[in-house]
Ligand binder design. Structure first.
Ligand SMILES: [Zn+2]
Length: 315
């Protein structure tokens, strides 16, 4: 049996764990639980997932990697997570090392996902790339000159908290009008609900039962079926995503932009208006090489795979 590393992805909604064969990269086992509130509960969820993966895979992990949705400092402490209520200064490295007795590596979730997409996925071979995950919030990562860039404190790539609409909603981070309030998967649901509440989307309203709120997934389904209101919601959403993407590409000049997170499952009804509006916002788009905007290869597994790859580096 080959060596195994475990990768854990702590998101605002769920903890996803993967056991990975270090040599081949193959997924040996997968397990997920809902993310509980509070640091102690999160830690016991993590150790439970590690135990479960080892049982399913029939072997011990030689290293554990974690990608966490928040500010992870260079010693592996999760300082805070805007979508992780009650989690402050959680010592992920210490807690998991005491439990598993193997090297533990902790990074921001989107940083880990960026590593996975750069080494083995949609940004493979690119010297300069950015990764943007549109999920509960928005995470991101930066590859420059062939290497992941974390910044002075490890807090780089928090694209979701660029303020792009100072009149927008308050964010979990305390600011107002952060990009993720307009362009995350959660924000897509907000746009769909606003369209229904304002009477602009009879086709969408017909999809939901009395007392239920329309979801982002329903807006995507309506758009895919050609419903004009669904298409309009996706177009409005794509505009917000494109606004932030163009700013990032103007700042960093990547060769490729990789889009991950649950929203990317929408496919062409998102990617087509996104590419069009991104080009419209980009500085001098007609005078520079095209910057491909492509879906992530690893989908929702990206952060856990990247965490396992970073852990394997530590064996
Ligand atoms: Zn924010």
């Amino acid at each position: 049996m080959g060596r195994m590393a475990v990768g854990l992805d702590i998101g605002g909604t769920k903890v996803l764990g993967l056991a990975i064969d270090v040599e081949s990269g193959a997924v040996l086992a997968e397990h997920r639980v809902l993310t509980p509130d509070g640091g102690t509960a999160v830690m016991s969820a993590l150790t439970g997932v590690v135990d479960d993966l080892q049982r399913r895979a029939g072997r011990r992990a030689e290293a554990v990697g974690v990608g966490a949705a928040g500010l992870v400092d260079s010693s592996g402490v999760l300082r805070m997570g805007p979508n992780l209520p009650g989690v402050i200064d959680l010592d992920l490295v210490g807690g998991l090392h005491r439990h598993a007795g193997v090297p533990v590596v902790v990074d921001n979730d989107a940083t880990a996902a960026t590593v996975a997409e750069h080494r083995l996925g949609a940004a493979r071979g690119a010297t300069d790339a950015i990764y943007v995950a549109l999920g509960t919030g928005i995470g991101g990562g930066v590859i420059l000159d062939g290497a992941i860039r974390r910044g002075a404190n490890g807090f780089g790539g928090e694209f979701g908290h660029m303020v792009i609409d100072p009149t927008g909603p308050r964010c979990g981070c305390g600011q107002v009008g952060c990009w993720e309030q307009r362009a995350s998967g959660s924000a897509l649901g907000d746009l769909a609900r606003a369209a229904v509440d304002e009477g602009r989307a009879p086709g969408l309203a017909a999809l939901v039962g009395p007392g239920d709120a329309v979801s982002g997934e329903q807006a995507v389904a309506a758009a895919a079926a050609g419903d004009p209101a669904g298409l309009a919601v996706l177009d409005e959403f794509a505009r917000w995503v494109a606004l932030g993407l163009a700013a990032l590409v103007n700042a960093l000049d990547p060769a490729v932009v990789v889009i991950g997170g649950g929203v990317v499952e929408a496919g062409a009804v998102l990617m087509t208006p996104l590419r069009r509006q991104f080009t419209a916002f980009l500085m001098g788009a007609e005078h520079r090489p095209a910057v491909p905007v492509v879906p992530a290869h690893f989908g929702e597994h990206a952060a856990a795979v990247g965490a396992a790859l970073l852990a394997a580096d530590a064996i």
